[in-house]
Design a protein around this ligand. Sequence first.
Ligand SMILES: Nc1ncnc2c1ncn2[C@@H]1O[C@H](COP(=O)(O)OP(=O)(O)O)[C@@H](O)[C@H]1O
Ligand SMILES: [Mg+2]
Length: 327
Amino acid sequence: MTLVRIRDLRVAFDGVPVLHGINLDISAGETVGLVGESGCGKSVTWLAALGLLPAKARITGTVETAGSDLVSGGRSVLETIRGGRIAMIFQDPSSALNPVRRVGQQIAEALRLHRGLRGAAARAEAISLLDRVGIPDAARRLDLYPHEFSGGQCQRVMIAMALAGQPDLLIADEPTTALDATIQAQILALLTEVQRETGMAMVFISHDLGAVGAVCDRVAVMYAGRIVEEARREPLFAAPRHPYTRGLFDAIPRLDGPRSRLVPIPGTVPDPKNTPAGCAFSPRCARATSLCASERPTLLPQSDGRALACFHPVPAATLVSREGVFA
Ligand SMILES: Nc1ncnc2c1ncn2[C@@H]1O[C@H](COP(=O)(O)OP(=O)(O)O)[C@@H](O)[C@H]1O
Ligand SMILES: [Mg+2]
């Protein structure tokens, strides 16, 4: 069952397009990774979908869920869906938590809003939520303020608040980027565990293809406001075909093997005001030809089930298997 269907989603700020027509379906229970370097449009995609961009953003396209279109539906549609059916957590939990309100009050507020719980019932459920996200001594810590929690624990509190609405879909936008490696692994494990318990779907946004590969069933790779490759995890990791995906892949720090495998992609993501003609990745791409500089490849379905936007993809046959990269 499709939970969310995004079609031709476009966003422009001050007349400058930053998102150029995103198509993406999220099915019940699945985990989809959205990966790409900083500035590629990963956050804007979901902020636009959930009506969280500033008013100056011009948004077109459709985001269908539960029979409504979130783009044209207006406030009332957004308010029913957001936090209820779809919840979002962010990279910096401290900015999403109110510093002057006790953590318990904030979770109780989410429980009142989305599930109509109040008083003792809300408190009991808040304790159970904190417990579930691995905050020790939950009953006592409910009365603490956000600054009394570590970064990793604040992210756990954010996850508890997101779960308060019993969402069908959780959008996790770089939820572990601000955390150190050990805590990062713990939060990823928590998200996976919560998913297994609740059956909710998740969109996991990250600039780190390694983290995405560890949790996602399917991966969409974004570059300069477009999806350039989309595939199930196994075929993508066995053979990344877009040179950009391949570049992200080579930049994954490996736990084993020679360190020389870690190769950053030369150059940077283009400024939306100055996006190159043709394929936006072509100036950074070792495989690019003059065709790539003048024409833009469209995202097309491939025989192996993936979708790819590239005139000169990495040949599938020459790729070395990288199994065990998550070990
Ligand atoms: N509120 C905003 N106003 C103007 N430009 C923005 C705004 N938010 C994002 N952008 C631009 O949109 C592009 C995509 O940003 P974003 O979706 O945040 O990237 P990321 O993939 O890192 O999440 C970037 O060029 C960014 O500068
Ligand atoms: Mg972002």
